[in-house]
Design a protein around this ligand. Structure first.
Ligand code: OGA
Ligand code: NI
Length: 351
């Protein structure tokens, strides 16, 4: 019997019935996850222990932040204060969500990138030409009471567990923002103060096993548009970070989060901390779940390089003009290619 894949909205509902990747997922040869471009033995991203952040070694830890943010823009953190139980419950409920019958999941489906709660697939079905081997549930979560009633009500504990997780990760983000602000030589509340009322979104990414993982991506190389991302991943590898011409595989370490800088941090820091390319590859035998928290300015917040990081005389002029995050976010979703960065649109042209 032939199974029709064209009528399916989600890749989860195609994956189990095909032994080849449908043609709409196949990338050109020059644009595939080529194993010889990946550094599997060498470099890894830094791991920062936050245990002593509020003790006598704070200055040393802030120094580690400065190094990690300026050299990698990606690092892992341990002893981060988010309870193990909260993490475990979040991962379990995310898995349960994606294991529900198709009829239950598709109730949340939408291709409208403006919706504050939606299930979708690939990256942006409205603009892309090649699909990606990923489904995702995207949720706005700050303030929680404004959005919680839109979130899925099945599994029955979904809202409670997700709210607990989002609250706990937000507290961690605020600690990270202070440390990052200090590491830039700014007052500790400066970065936080540039974000207006603050925004927090989450994605629950679900990557089903893929019969031909070398032909497609879970997520192609991209930079995050937000300020800072705190990523939780399960025990299956897939994340890769681009550094000096090579992709570095970031293998999961239990009870750590991965933190990366997004485009807004690059603008605020006037290019001191760059937003870095990263991607997710899939594999043929295991599903993979990752849960990024995207922390961002509120849509009305005006973002621009901080005055202290600009010095016209010493040849470090402002690289970007100021803009509202709403303006940026719209450009981000409008691009045809996920790999295109929109930060350049906001650069001040040198005349
Ligand atoms: C993202 C992302 C990486 C991953 O959702 O923006 O980069 O490992 N995810 O799923
Ligand atoms: Ni990303």
């Amino acid at each position: 019997m032939q199974t029709s894949t064209t009528s399916k909205l989600l890749v989860s509902d195609i994956a189990s019935s095909v032994d080849r990747v449908p043609s709409s997922y196949i990338r050109q040869i020059s644009d595939r996850p080529n194993i010889s471009d990946v550094d599997i033995f060498g470099d890894s991203i830094p791991l920062i222990d936050l245990q002593e952040l509020y003790g006598p070694s704070r200055a040393n830890i802030i120094h580690q932040f400065a190094h990690a943010c300026s050299s990698y823009s990606f690092f892992q953190i341990k002893n981060h204060g988010v309870p193990e139980k909260t993490i475990e419950r979040m991962m379990t409920v995310a898995r349960e969500f994606f294991h529900q019958p198709e009829s239950e999941r598709v109730k949340h489906y939408s291709a409208d990138t403006k919706k504050t709660t939606r299930l979708s697939t690939s990256f942006n079905v409205g603009s892309e030409k090649v699909s990606n081997w990923r489904d995702f549930l995207r949720l706005h979560c700050l303030p929680i009471e404004d959005f919680i009633n839109e979130w899925p009500s099945h599994p029955v504990s979904f809202r409670e567990i997700t709210a607990e997780y989002a609250t706990s990760v937000r507290a961690l983000v605020l600690i990270l923002l202070e440390a990052i602000s200090e590491s830039l030589g700014l007052e500790k509340d400066r970065v936080s103060n540039t974000l207006g009322k603050h925004g927090q979104h989450m994605a629950l990414n679900y990557y089903p096993p893929c019969p031909q993982p070398d032909l497609t991506f879970g997520l192609p190389g991209h930079k995050d548009p937000n300020l800072i991302t705190v990523l939780l991943q399960d025990e299956v590898s897939g994340l890769q970070v681009f550094k000096e011409g090579k992709w570095i595989a970031v293998h999961p370490i239990p009870n750590t989060f991965i933190v990366n800088m997004g485009d807004q941090m690059q603008v605020i820091s006037n290019d001191k901390y760059k937003s870095v390319l990263h991607r997710a590859v899939v594999n043929s035998d295991k599903e993979r779940i990752s849960i990024p928290t995207f922390y961002c300015p509120s849509f009305d917040a005006v973002v621009g390089p901080q005055q202290e990081l600009i010095n016209e005389e010493e040849d470090s002029p402002a690289i970007y003009r100021s803009f509202t995050y709403a303006e940026y976010y719209e450009k981000f979703w409008d691009r045809a290619l996920a790999t295109e960065s929109c930060i350049d649109t906001f650069k001040i042209s040198k005349t």
